[in-house]
Design a protein. Structure first.
Length: 401
């Protein structure tokens, strides 16, 4: 990939400049609009502190959830700004919009080192539509743009790819850290490189499996997607969820990466999709009629742990069972403990919203070499794609030369 312009570049002068920082503070909020998980806010702190210390006037941008291009009161940034103020031990002033004369006036009145937080970008339909006029309105607010939202860098949105067309643009510390960690793990891994892929749909992970199937030493498959692979082998999966349209693709992947793809050998089967379901451990392909597989079985856990024991690099995206139900969380929890236990001896990288939720449930937050803030962005990078938000920075640098 071409050189990424960085806020650490020696020639970049930020003192006294208005710096627009696109953060990835898309955090979960409860019904009253209060933050229930501040992990993504914490990850944004180093870049903000770097800019404040350098004397910049820091203007923060983010989206929160999916308000659908309209104002939704319990999706405002105010609670996020409050959390951030506590973390920084500095006032972060939330504004009631992200464009317009009142916003422009507030920014003009800023002093060096101060921070304001623009309102939820997705209150405006122009954000997700990558509207040129909206991008220009945002760009006029600042002199320098910083992308620190790795989690949204796979989106062709106005704040991601529009703003860099108009003002000098750079990567923040979090964006750099994410790209460096994930790129190194794929392109220059400590061997063996073992990839764990879970989740519901093979269709979401085809590109990742194809790209990493070439680069990895072993690929461990779990989650509901394993049943699409089972069907490709002619197994009866009972009432388990699988993608009929992708059975032939799963068969192609098994043939293409024969010996590399490792499937569970047993599953925890349930008579209904519920935590209080009756359960039994059955071999792969022997799920009773009307029953469904909701977790990997104990023998699969033992085999997967054995496969991980000599790893040099582990990349994990996607839970291995329906971890939301305690009765079917054991497989994911056991592998989470095994992967975290390898940290130090191996480079361990985990990502994806569900994976991180599962990791946090078993108290392993912070026990890995790198925890990615991106789900979709992580998958696209692992697939070998160039993220639009990153490409926009490189193109901005080229246009400035």
């Amino acid at each position: 990939m071409a050189k990424l312009p960085s806020i650490k570049d020696k020639n970049l002068e930020i003192a006294g400049k208005v710096v627009l920082v696109r953060t990835g503070m898309d955090v979960p909020l409860d019904e009253s609009g209060l933050v229930t998980d501040d992990s993504r806010i914490q990850e944004a702190v180093p870049t903000i502190q770097f800019l404040v210390k350098g004397g910049a006037k820091v203007v923060l941008l983010t989206h929160i959830n999916r308000p659908g291009g309209r104002v939704v009161e319990n999706k405002r940034v105010e609670a996020v700004a409050t959390k951030l103020s506590i973390m920084l031990k500095q006032d972060v002033k939330p504004l009631r919009d992200c464009v317009g004369s009142e916003v422009e006036s507030a920014i003009k009145g800023m002093k060096d080192g101060e921070i304001v937080f623009l309102e939820n970008l997705r209150f405006h339909p122009g954000e997700e539509a990558n509207d040129v006029v909206f991008a220009q309105q945002l760009a006029r607010l600042g002199e320098i743009y910083v992308n620190d939202a790795f989690s949204n860098s796979h989106r062709m949105h106005a704040s991601m790819v529009g703003i860099p067309r108009y003002i000098p643009s750079y990567a923040g510390l979090l964006l750099e850290k994410e790209i460096r960690a994930l790129t190194a793990a794929v392109e220059k891994p400590r061997r063996p490189l073992i990839v764990i892929i879970g989740g519901a749909k093979v269709s979401d992970k085809i590109g990742v499996i194809r790209n990493l199937g070439i680069k990895a030493d072993r690929l461990i498959i779990g989650g509901a997607m394993m049943f699409t692979f089972y069907r490709s082998k002619g197994f009866d999966v009972g009432s388990s969820k699988f993608e009929a349209d992708n059975v032939s693709i799963a068969d192609d992947l098994l043939n293409e990466f024969q010996g590399k793809i490792i499937l569970p050998v047993d599953v925890i089967a349930a008579d209904k999709f519920a935590n209080d379901a009756r359960t039994q451990v059955v071999a792969a392909g022997e799920i009773p009629k009307g029953w469904m597989g909701l977790d990997i079985g104990p023998e699969s856990v033992r085999r997967f742990m054995n496969e991980l024991s000599d790893a040099g690099t582990i990349i994990w995206n996607g839970p291995l069972g329906v971890f939301e139900f305690p009765s079917f969380a054991d497989g994911t929890a056991a592998i989470a403990k095994a992967v975290s236990g390898m940290t130090g001896r191996a480079t361990t990288i985990v990502g994806g919203g569900d994976t991180l939720s599962a990791v946090e449930k078993v108290g392993l937050k912070g026990k890995f070499s790198h925890v990615s803030t991106g789900g979709g962005a992580m998958l696209e990078l692992l697939e070998g794609k160039t993220l639009p938000g990153v490409a926009a920075l490189v193109e901005s640098l080229a246009s400035d030369d």
